[in-house]
Design a protein around this ligand. Sequence first.
Ligand SMILES: [Zn+2]
Ligand SMILES: [Zn+2]
Length: 444
Amino acid sequence: MGQSLTCARSSDEHEFFSAVQAGDLETVASFLSTEPQMLRRTTVFDRLSTLHIAAANGQLEVLGMLLDRSLHPDLLNRHKQTPLMLAAMHGRISCVEKLLEAGATILMFDSLHGRSCLHYAAYYGHSDCLEAILSAANSTSVADSWGFSRFVNVSDNNGATPLHLAARQRRPECVHILLDKGALVCAPTGGYGCPGSSPLHLAARGGCLDSVRELLAWGADRLQRDSSGRIPYAIALKRNHGACAALLNPSTAEPLVWPSPLKFISELNNDAKILLENALMDANREREKNILKGTAYSLPSPTHSADSVDDDISEASDTELCCICFDQVCTIEVQDCGHQMCAHCTLSLCCHNKPNPTTLCLPAPACPFCRSNIARLVVAKNKTKEELDKTSHSFKLRRSRRSRNFGEGSSSFKDLSSAMGSFGKMSNRGSGRIADSSDNLDKP
Ligand SMILES: [Zn+2]
Ligand SMILES: [Zn+2]
């Protein structure tokens, strides 16, 4: 890395750089008043500017002082790294924010691997820095000139996007954020490590179960091959990552996949999104339990006492039950029609394992009650947040008791299909009755 200050030209310079590194504001200020030329000095070997040193060491006050003295935020060191890259590398979030405020350019690439500040944040797993950079990318000229999604998916010299690096370095939180912001889940590297690897190959290689789980939930392809013809499963096996291998084994049940391409999903409000995401991860964890059952790899599962289960169940009144599964409480409302169902049934309705291979497009789901288009999904509004917390808590407990219904991610889909089948029969008998009596269906 080379933030070594040992190769300063003089003892004065060494003292000055040391003060910057240590955040000694007084000494830095007195140097700058007596020897203003010090401001633009760099270390001899790595050519680190004072901004680089302050940013890498998280010295926010010194950094602010240097920027106030009109040092340009995009100074380059020997490896063409910017102060922003070093701050992102070392997880110095306040310095990242300060540099972005000062107009630091996010679209710069170092000369080592051709990496951006986003690569640095992803590689070193600093999710706060990653989010700050992404939000800057969304609001600056980068979004207009380059396109936000192009920035999220920018490759380094080896073809690795920030998502590849996060998956490879076992950074599941960064994997999640990047996917959420439109990182391409199946992009091949064409060079990094094993050439032509997908993020799933690299997560399998790193042995990170959480990253594997995230990538699968976003539709990563278990059958994608790298340039040596290997699928991720083979890589996990070779590296002895047994639990990862079990989930990557193409012969096990496919996980539920987050339906990101659907328009209304990207426009979900945050509360509804968190509810659905949790439901999806829960369903996939149940599936994992089945897959890992009887293998040496068991997952930690929360334990609940039988008493609390009974208490919580009595809290959920029958009038709130989802009319599709009759098992869980309605938490999601379809708009504009206003029909309600539980998060699991909503997911079963919207999730796909893969797009239709012949058309490569996803049919937009319709409301299972009235067949009208789903414009939006929102958290059912007849509950306060407190009540929702309570019900989602009791969900888990109910589910853990009735886990046979959720043994496989696809079983709730079967529930839904059969329920929809019976709705279809009903509406054949009395045409339009379902839609007309929607209020009764909501609350039996
Ligand atoms: Zn339901
Ligand atoms: Zn409806």
